[in-house]
Design a protein around this ligand. Structure first.
Ligand SMILES: NC(=O)c1ccc[n+]([C@@H]2O[C@H](COP(=O)([O-])OP(=O)(O)OC[C@H]3O[C@@H](n4cnc5c(N)ncnc54)[C@H](O)[C@@H]3O)[C@@H](O)[C@H]2O)c1
Length: 338
């Protein structure tokens, strides 16, 4: 069986999970190398996951002609430079969201991708590979709930991860780019149109340490698409019951609810009432989606096909993050043509 030989750039929280999937759970892929600016982490990951090589500098790894593809899973502020270098080295590319953090970076990425024809490029919007979101999309597309009126996409990260937010925040781009970008991609996917107008509000309600890197801990973004569909995106770092991610789609003939994940089908009934345990964090809630998205990338790269979620989709989602940031900063409704 032909295997796609992959090098992973950045083996932190998510990069390690993707690398582990490639090493053990995707039969037509091989983890050829790992890279991390933290060489100890790179060495440890290579040892644990059986990668033959490890690097501290991704440019050195990209020189290896026997590496077919790279997964760019390092800090978001590094993605644009990595995509450009991987395109120059003619690799297939899987890149975590967001691709770029400025319009200039998005333009540079578009140019770089044009110079790398015949290679698959996919961006990590894993909710599109989650079975429940896919099921909801199938129902919307088959007209089960009629014409779509409004979509709500909610992401509440667990408050207990506060320390990690402070560590991770400075290179992540802020709430709209790092977190809500998932919801922007989803509402655009479900609405089947492009955003026409948007208004974003929010602020720091609890995590005052976010001021140091100009971020907020809660936001609410209202928008309308060019086909009339309304949408609302909510982002919060203060999920009290764990990782609380869900979506509601209201149509003329029915409503779909993509529920927040629970860890099991067990409901506990006791003196406090009835409860289900929530998913603790993104890795557990989207464990299968992370595997399915990288497996799909590997299949596409081996057959030379374009990926379903490419830098064009990623650009649209990041542009929506820009609109939201500008609306929030200026306190104004943004219109797409502005
Ligand atoms: N799709 C999702 O649900 C999801 C979830 C979490 C993170 N992410 C994305 O994944 C990416 C990584 O996030 P994380 O949570 O794993 O972060 P992390 O900080 O835990 O890990 C990043 C790793 O990249 C390394 N790194 C930084 N710059 C590097 C460089 N120039 N070359 C090589 N290695 C470098 C760091 O040393 C670290 O080990 C981010 O872009 C983030 O937005 C996506």
């Amino acid at each position: 069986m032909k295997k796609l030989r992959i090098g992973c750039i950045g083996v932190g929280r998510l990069g390690y999970q993707h690398a582990e999937n490639v090493a053990y759970r995707i039969p037509n892929a091989e983890l050829a190398a790992v890279c991390d600016i933290n060489m100890d982490r790179a060495e440890e990951a290579a040892r644990q996951l059986g990668a033959a090589e490890y690097y501290g500098d991704y440019n050195e790894m990209l020189e290896k002609s026997d590496i077919d593809a790279v997964m760019i899973t390092n800090t978001s502020s590094e993605h644009c430079a990595c995509i450009k270098a991987a395109c120059a080295a003619h690799k297939h590319i899987y890149c975590e969201k967001p691709t770029g953090l400025t319009i200039e970076e998005l333009d540079e990425i578009d140019k770089a991708v044009e110079t790398n024809p015949g290679r698959t490029i996919q961006v990590g919007f894993m909710r599109r590979f989650d079975r429940s979101y896919q099921d909801a999309k199938r129902r919307v597309d088959s007209g089960d709930i009629g014409k779509i009126i409004k979509i709500r996409s909610i992401t509440r990260d667990p408050a207990c991860q506060r320390e990690d937010y402070v560590r991770f925040g400075p290179g992540a781009g802020g709430m709209f780019f790092d977190m809500s970008v998932h919801d922007f991609d989803l509402v655009r996917w479900f609405a089947g149109g492009e955003v026409k107008s948007m208004y974003a509000i929010g602020g720091i309600y609890e995590f005052t340490e976010f001021e140091a890197f100009n971020d907020i801990d809660n936001c609410s973004v209202l928008m309308q698409f060019d086909n009339g569909v309304m949408a609302e995106v909510e982002g919060s770092k203060q999920g009290v019951c764990g990782y609380d991610v869900w979506m509601e789609i209201v149509g003329t003939k029915g409503t779909l609810l993509v529920n927040s994940g629970t860890t099991s089908y067990v409901t506990q009934k006791d003196e406090y009432g009835m409860r289900n345990e929530c998913q603790p964090w993104f890795r557990e809630r989207f464990e299968e989606a992370y595997l399915r998205e990288v497996a799909a990338f590997v299949d596409k790269a081996l057959t030379g096909e374009a990926s379903g979620v490419d830098t064009g989709d990623a650009r649209k989602a990041v542009e929506m993050a820009f609109m939201a940031q500008k609306s929030y900063d200026d306190g104004k409704i943004m219109c797409a043509q502005q």
